[in-house]
Design a protein around this ligand. Sequence first.
Ligand code: ZN
Length: 490
Amino acid sequence: MEEDDEDAIYNIEDKRLDSLPVTSKEISQATRTDPVLSRVLEFTKSGWPAEVRDERLKPFFNRRHELSTEQDCLLWGLRVVIHYKYEKFILGELHDAHPGIVRMKEIARSYVWWPNIDRDIEQTVRLCASCQQTRHLPAVAPLMPWVWHSSSWHRIHIDFAQKNGHDFLIVIDAYAKWPEIFHMSSTTANATITVLQDLFSRYGIPYQLVSDNGLQFTSEEFQWFLNVNGVKHVRVAPYHAASNGAAERMVQSFKRALSSSKSSVRSLQQRIDSFLLTYRTTTHATTGHTPASLFLGRELRTRLSLLRPDVERKVVNMQSNQKLHHDKQTQLREFYAGEDVLVKDFRCKETWWLATVAERTAPKSYVVILQDGRVWKRHVDQMRRAERSTSSHSQNSRNGMHTSADQDTDMSDLASIPVFIPTAETAPVVGSQIPQTERTHAPPSNITSGEQTSQSATPTVTADSSASPKPLRRSSRVSKPPDRLIETME
Ligand SMILES: [Zn+2]
C-alpha cells in the first residue's frame, strides 16, 4: 500500500474516532430543517395525501404505513431515517470493524435507513481498500451435527488462531454465538487454562467444550482441568475441522476484520474489542438474534444506539430534569450558622419560634438557639427561613416569635405573624421550660428569674439571655398557650 493511501486511512479513522457519535437530537434537528424530510415528518404526523409527485418523497410515500415519528425523528419500523448529511458518517460507523456487505446490512437493519442504503453499503465495502485485499472465498457450508441446546454457555467451542505473528484464543458459545477473543502471549495448555478459568468465573462452567486435537488441548494438564471441573471434552477429528464450525467461522471473520483494520491507528486490543462489540450486537444469520440478546438477555448499547430516539431515554431525561428541579428546591432548605430561622415548637402545634442557627450537626439536622437562650435540635423540616426584614418591621416588638399560622406559611405571611422583641421592661423572663423532647447541648442550670423557676438550658453559644420570650408554663402550654402568650404580652 502506498504511504499516501495509508495516511488517508489514518485520517478517516482519526476523524471518526475523535468525533462524538451522532445522536437522535442531531437527527431530529436535521429532519426538521430538511425540505424533504420535514415534509415527510408533517405527512407522517398529520396524514399523507393520496399521491405525491415529488420523486424525493416517493421512497417515503411507499413506506408511509410503516413510518412513525418519535421526538421529531422519522422512523421506518425500528430504523431511524437518516438525513443525507449524516449518511457518510453512519456508513463509517457501520463499517467500523470492517464487516462484509451482508453483516453491514444486517447491522443497518437494526438501526438506520435512507433511500438506497443497501447500494451505499455495497459501495462502501467495495471502495474499502482493506476489505478488498482480504476478500475471502465463500466458506464451505459447515456441518451442523450438534444438538441444539436451548441455553447459552452449555457448549462452547474453542480454537487458536494465528494472524500476523499474533496468537489468539477464540471461544464461542454454540447457542448464542457469543464470542470471546484473547490475545495470547503463549499457547500452552497452562495459558489456555488460565483464560478458561477466567471465563468460567464470569459465566460458569459449561457442560461441553469442543476443540480440535491441538497439543494444548490433548495435554494431560488440560484434560485434568476439564475433568475436575466436570466439563465433557469433545474433540473433533483433524480432517473434520469443519465440524468445529462455530469457532471456525468466527475465526475466519475475525482474521478478515483484523487484516482489514491493520492500517488502523488503533491498538490490537482496541480492534479486537471493536470486532467483539460489532459481532455481539449484530443479528447472527444462524440464530436470527444478536449474540448479546441470547447470551445476556438484552441488547448492548453501542454508538449506533444513540441514533434511536427511545422512550426509555426520554423518561430518564425527564426524571433527571425533575431531580434537578427538586434538588434546586431542596437547596433552599439549607441553613447556615448565624442565620435567623423559625423553628417548630413540639409542645405546641403550629407554634414557631425565632432562633439562630448555631450549628449544623448532620445534613438535615441543626442546633438552634432561641432568643431566650434555649438550645434546640431541629430537623430541617421543622425549620423555616426567617427574613431579616421581619425584625425591622417589628422594631418595637419583642423578639421571640410565635405564630399559629397555617402549616405552609411562606415568608410573605410573616408580616401578619405577631413578632415579639422583648424590651427592657418585658425582659428578662428567662427559664422557660425545656420541652421534654429536647436535649440541650449545654449543661442545664437553674436560673431564677421573676416568679418562675424552672429548668433551662444555658447554651454554650449563648445568646443574650435578657432577650427572651416570655416563659410558658408547661401545664398551660399544651392546650392553648399561644393565645395566652399573645394576650399576656400585649
Ligand atoms: Zn473495510
